[in-house]
Design a protein around this ligand. Sequence first.
Ligand code: HEM
Length: 486
Amino acid sequence: MCMMHIYIYITSNPPNCRNGSNVVSKNLSLFHTNTSRYASLASGFCERALHCCHLYGPVWKASFGPILTVHVAEPELIEQVLREEGQHPMRSDLSSWKDYRKLRGEGYGLLTAEGEEWQSVRSLLGKHMLRPKAVEAYDGTLNAVVTDLIHKLKLRSQQSSSGLVTDISAEFYRFGLEGISSVLFESRIGCLDPVVPVETERFIQSINTMFVMTLLTMAMPQWLHRLLPRPWDTFCRCWDYMFQFAKGHIDQRLEDERQKTARGERLEGRYLTYFLSQAGVPLKSVYSNVTELLLAGVDTISSTLSWSLYELSRHPEVQTALRDEVRHVMKGRSVPEARDVAAMPLMKAVMKEILRLYPVIPANARVITDRDITVGGYLIPRNTLITLCHYATSRDPRQFCDPDAFVPRRWLSRSEGSHPFASVPFGVGKRSCVGRRIAELEVYLALARILMHFNVEPAEDSDPVQPMTRTLLVPEKQINLRFIER
Ligand code: HEM
């Protein structure tokens, strides 16, 4: 996840591997400076920080030991790492996120907590967020948000003679935030209203800037913050606002509940904040978990929906087939429910294919802290940061023929025979995405309704859009599409 590493790339078994194991040696490492993408993002202070990168080595060495990070880029090897991850898997240090929490005395959420603290909240949330029946119950809540999205797209497309909607990701950020808020608070926060509340726009902007600053602040040792204060200050201000936004909504909802209780009314909240507070989770931890869930539900949904419509607009035959599938299942009804999705194999294949081509987390990581492990015949010492190169495996021609092409049907037959760990966009195992089922349901319900209401076409003279890394993988520039009402 860092932009600069001393790193070791393992793509296959080591040559001349004696005794079945080989300690990864410093001689294999090379100094890699992947500045090209980020340099364009970097303004003056970023560039100065990049020029000081020789100073980061000692700090990283103090955290990770003599071998700093290993990159694993074969599905078999990714599987080997994930199968060794132990009882409380650790994703990566996310050091600057943790530093912020320590500095401000905030709690940790699922994205940042480790060990027993992580396990206790994970078990609680997992029961509500990963059980198919529990998630299906959110379809009414999510459908209300989709209805507003459709109105918004109609309004915007009617403002242009060609049905053009510019920067669809911006619209889907708001949709993502409204969707996850309605699941967390069971109330609406106005992201899809004709006039979007200022605080909502500021929250979304804070997420964006925080992600840009994450890479930089993680690469900078703390003492450098005094010399180059801007990245760290900006990063902290973004988190301050995100916590403030979440706390405001949580306090409001909990106050509503207190008043209901005082009036002797029955409480029957199904939303996640209520569930967490009722389960005895300390308020500090409710704040941090809800902040991190809000954050996790915005870019992920926006990016997946944006790429889905981008590819469907460029592949009208797939779009027509998907619409036919939805209409066949709906049999004249206008609003799909969660159980309808079970009968939509192409819909599921489209989402898998989008996340194969554009995995929201292009490279994940694990740190195994309690023992050395063997991967591909190399012995990797404990505490090594092991980067899992998902983008590399999901675009590997040995795994997927014509790997850069959008071919959802490849998921409908197993003839392609890719390795099961070649594309794992939600991760695998105990620390995998806890929002997976909610995310899938949200994307299915939104795509189904959009296709029932619109033919989606590329903007005239639109150039291809490439993905770029901003901690997460997002479109490099605006995606503009035409939404033609049916
Ligand atoms: C298409 C949408 C999404 C994708 C592709 C995605 C992907 C991921 C991935 C790859 C991870 C790391 C898994 C690992 O380390 O093994 C993750 C973790 C996580 N995701 Fe998602 N995610 C999505 C949507 C969401 C949504 C909507 C939420 C919130 C409701 C969410 C909440 C989380 C949380 C809290 C974690 C940390 C889990 C833990 O450490 O226990 N995600 N996600």
